[in-house]
Write a protein that binds this ligand. Structure first.
Ligand code: HEC
Ligand code: HEC
Length: 442
């Protein structure tokens, strides 16, 4: 069937996969040499460096040189990530919001973080983790899942991209956003970032690593800063270590407690949580450990969070893919209310949950799934007339966009919840096995 195979080609070309990196390595390695045993842990950092090398030198470097360059760029990226001198206020680093000690999410429990030139500008969304972003596919309106070899023609709809609405496609694209956003790092321009980086000595170091390429213009300097940040964020040991208890369990090196095991069962059971239909918990066909997301953009109808200052204005509604932060899909009313399915790896270390930071405990986040429809009064405000303002952060004309898979499958108030309290506790216990840094008892 020519159509199906065309789809496969597009889909594979779109994905930021190991094969892209492999191809890049082969070009620069010069020959079809053996690849590192574990590309998931060695490949991606090299991929980005290789891309940079390709852009700057036209190729011809040995693989050892490419690796060395990637390592050096990554080390500078790590320092840039921690450096507040790169912000307009001089007070905000990437790490102020994405704290390395908290799985690259905030250390505090605020729904949104403060930024801007005077550090008085609140953000509008919760800060996501930066871990396990290495295989996020580029944004696409029609995503065909290559895991499902039997039926290539299933269109999973809008999927992928970085940020909660999928509007950025690479980590260097993405880094532009906070560096220039007036409520985040608030630099007046890309040139200002280049100047700040130069003043702090980074450009001279980057120039040395990237020679013979010349970082002559401010645009080239800014791009080199972005690239160093991107390469750093692809460091496997830091950003995708796969070192949780669940990973040890999958490798046969740990045993889940009875409660964790019950939680995994309820998490995967289509008649219970059905969580794994979106937050995938099985290894991919190629053996890649589970990412706990299918990267889908989905509307789940969260309550409006009045702790976000922007929400004091009733006219302001964050509609995710259709805007207002994202602008290229504003004529797609069918995308209003859609946000990206995040990984659940390290989710137990978070202090706020979902794109609007509405919940502050993992248990509430899970209980919302269990009882959104059977007990809406627990989650949504009551109007003066006693009725419940269900889906109060999504104008009614967009309600058809809401996901209707289990556990959101048409339960009514008073119906049996999708999960019992005990099953909710079990899932919370299971989610705690997804925290990296597990050390088995000796
Ligand atoms: C003021 C807090 C703040 C700072 C500082 C900040 N970020 Fe973020 N970051 C966020 C928020 C909020 C989001 C989600 C944005 C959205 O969905 O629109 C985000 C999203 C991201 C994402 C996408 C994650 C995903 O799941 O798709 C990446 C990558 C990222 N930031 C990297 C950086 C880098 C690199 C820096 C420094 C140059 C940085 N951030 C500085 C708050 C911050
Ligand atoms: C239909 C797809 C889908 C299903 C099924 C699903 N989720 Fe989600 N999950 C999402 C999306 C989309 C988000 C982000 C929504 C948002 O913020 O607007 C999310 C976010 C979360 C978060 C917040 C993570 C963070 O970083 O803030 C948790 C926790 C979570 N889901 C747990 C679960 C559990 C537990 C189940 C099963 C009971 C489940 N999910 C079922 C799609 C799904």
């Amino acid at each position: 069937m020519p159509m199906a195979s065309d789809m496969r080609v597009t889909k594979h070309a779109r994905k930021l996969t190991k094969s892209t990196i492999l191809a890049a390595l082969l070009v620069f390695g010069g020959a079809q040499t053996a690849l590192p045993d574990d590309l998931t842990t060695a490949g991606n950092a090299t991929g980005a460096a290789t891309e940079m090398a390709a852009a700057t030198t036209g190729g011809g470097m040995s693989r050892a040189t490419v690796y060395a360059q990637a390592k050096a760029l990554s080390a500078i990226g790590a320092r840039l990530f921690l450096d507040p001198r790169l912000s307009g206020s001089g007070k905000l680093a990437c790490s102020s919001c994405h704290d390395p000690a908290h799985a690259f999410a905030p250390a505090n429990g605020l729904a949104v973080q403060m930024g801007g030139v005077n550090m008085h500008q609140p953000g509008v969304r919760a800060v996501p983790t930066l871990m396990y972003l290495q295989v996020v596919p580029q944004f696409s309106e029609h995503y065909f899942d290559n895991e499902d070899e039997a039926d290539e023609s299933v269109d999973n709809g809008p999927t992928g991209g970085l940020t909660w609405d999928g509007r950025a496609d690479s980590k260097s694209d993405q880094a532009r956003i906070p560096l220039l956003s007036n409520f985040e790092m608030a630099n007046v321009s890309a040139d200002a970032v280049a100047d700040a980086a130069e003043k702090a000595g980074y450009i001279a170091e980057l120039q040395q690593i990237l020679a013979p390429a010349v970082l002559g213009t401010k645009t080239q300097k800014f791009d080199a800063v972005l690239k160093a940040l991107e390469v750093y964020q692809q460091d496997p040991a830091t950003f995708y270590p796969y070192s949780s208890k669940y990973d040890a369990y999958l490798a046969g090196k740990a045993v889940l407690t009875p409660q964790e095991q019950r939680g995994l069962t309820a998490f995967s059971d289509p008649d219970k949580g059905n969580c794994s239909s979106c937050h995938i918990s099985d290894r991919a066909n190629d053996g890649t450990p589970p990412q706990f997301t299918d990267f889908g953009l989905i509307a789940i109808g969260l309550p409006r969070n009045m702790a976000i200052p922007a929400n004091k204005d009733p006219a302001y509604v964050d509609l995710g893919v259709c805007g207002p932060l994202r602008t290229d899909m504003k004529d797609h009313p069918d995308y209003c209310g859609l946000f990206k399915t995040p990984t659940l790896r390290n989710v137990a270390t978070r202090k706020t949950f979902f794109h609007n930071g509405i919940f502050h405990t993992l248990r509430d986040a899970v209980a919302f799934y269990a009882t959104r429809d059977s007990d809406p009064g627990r989650w949504y405000p009551h109007r003066a007339d006693g009725t419940i303002a269900k889906f109060n952060d999504l104008p009614q004309r967009y309600w058809p966009n809401l996901n209707s898979d289990p556990p959101f499958d048409g339960r009514k108030p008073g119906d049996k919840p999708a999960l019992t309290d005990a099953e909710t506790d079990d899932i919370v216990a299971f989610l705690q096995t997804l925290t990296d840094g597990y050390r088995p008892a000796q």
